[in-house]
Design a protein around this ligand. Structure first.
Ligand SMILES: *Cc1c(COP(=O)(O)O)cnc(C)c1O
Length: 346
């Protein structure tokens, strides 16, 4: 038996989520696989998605695109959100990556270093994170259009809140900047896809929905995380568990210690609200989460389990996110390198 956690990634569920999202629109559905496919392993995830029919991938930085190209081969398009920075030129050129240029500086760099090499433009429709602002765009628009960009993109700041006025405001800004250009457009991440056809344009680019997270409430869970029990012990009433003595036994108590901790992305703050499952039975965390171990109160279970499950259908990435005061994205991307990653389906 392994002494590290086992992260099981269901590639069939991943592909089913892509298909379900794809069926919601009449346009191409790309896939965002940045940050090692949200922590699930970009190589296996991207190959499964490519086999299922994904033709366009998005990554955050060229370095990720280099690895992705090895996985998916020469055919799929690989778009890079960070654009074209000094030092990226060889990667962009050699691996045939398509930078989404964010500024006039990047535009000049790209057109000078790699004339004729495909590029897209990221426009800022109000999020003020990446992309050209309307005035900057107006100044370079003719130059850009003459150089045949392959895609115009922008990003929604509040797409997970369907009633937020920012959505319509950004939609109008994006339309103002891009209507009549004749260039394919891509606006919606997972949340944007759920806002309706106005947001779909020519391509959508979901990330989190593929991996089973909100706001795509219809997503199938993709990830389960099982943690091996390293040791079990008996406590008399009055004995304490873990750093700071925050758990005191009030009865004859049985404690299981599992391998995993905040060093593996199980955030310390989620401890008090989090349970681990032995089959269907929830067992509460006892005391503080350590770097490499978590103590669990298994008294009511009645037997010593070999494994305890912290993430799965019973307790989802969004449940864990709530327990930690964060979002499912951060739970996934924090998943530790120490886990064994096991792929099923696909
Ligand atoms: C991460 C990201 C996405 C994917 O967003 P999800 O909410 O995970 O679907 C899309 N576009 C941009 C620019 C991103 O940074």
């Amino acid at each position: 038996m392994s002494s590290t956690g086992k992260l099981t990634i269901d590639l069939d569920a991943l592909v089913a989520n892509w298909r379900a999202l794809d069926a919601m629109t009449n346009v191409e559905t790309a896939a965002v696989v940045k940050a090692d496919a949200y922590g699930l392993g970009m190589d296996r995830v991207a190959r499964a998605l490519a086999r299922a029919g994904v033709r366009t991938f998005f990554v955050a930085v060229p370095k990720e695109g280099v690895a992705l190209r090895q996985s998916v081969g020469p055919k799929p398009e690989i778009h890079v959100f960070s654009g074209h920075m000094a030092g990226d030129t060889d990667m962009i050129s050699d691996l045939n990556l398509t930078p989404m240029l964010n500024s006039t500086d990047q535009l000049i760099r790209h057109l000078e270093a790699l004339p004729g090499h495909p590029f897209g433009i990221q426009l800022d429709s109000g999020m003020n994170r990446l992309g050209m602002e309307p005035a900057e765009w107006a100044a370079v628009r003719d130059t850009v259009l003459a150089a045949n960009p392959v895609l115009l993109i922008s990003h929604l700041a509040c797409a997970d809140e369907p009633d937020h006025p920012m959505n319509a405001q950004q939609l109008a800004a994006f339309r103002d900047m891009t209507d009549g250009t004749g260039v394919p457009r891509c606006f919606a991440q997972t949340g944007g896809m759920l806002l309706g056809a106005d947001y779909h344009f020519d391509m959508c680019r979901p990330g989190i929905g593929l991996y089973g997270g909100l706001p795509f409430s219809g997503a199938q869970p993709v990830v389960t995380l099982d943690l091996p029990v390293i040791q079990t012990r008996h406590l008399d009433p009055g004995e304490t568990v873990g750093y700071g003595n925050t758990f005191t036994a009030t009865r004859e108590t049985r404690i299981a210690t599992v391998s995993s901790g905040y060093g593996d992305g199980i955030h310390r703050i989620m401890g008090p609200k989090t349970v681990l499952y032995a089959e269907d039975t929830p067992c509460p965390v006892a005391g503080r989460i350590s770097m490499d171990s978590i103590s669990v109160d298994i008294t009511d279970l009645g037997y010593d389990p070999k494994w305890l499950r912290i993430l799965g259908a019973e307790q989802t990435i969004d449940d864990l996110a709530d327990n930690a005061g964060t979002i499912g994205y951060e739970i996934l991307t924090a998943m530790g390198a120490r886990y064994d990653r096991l792929y099923i389906g696909g």
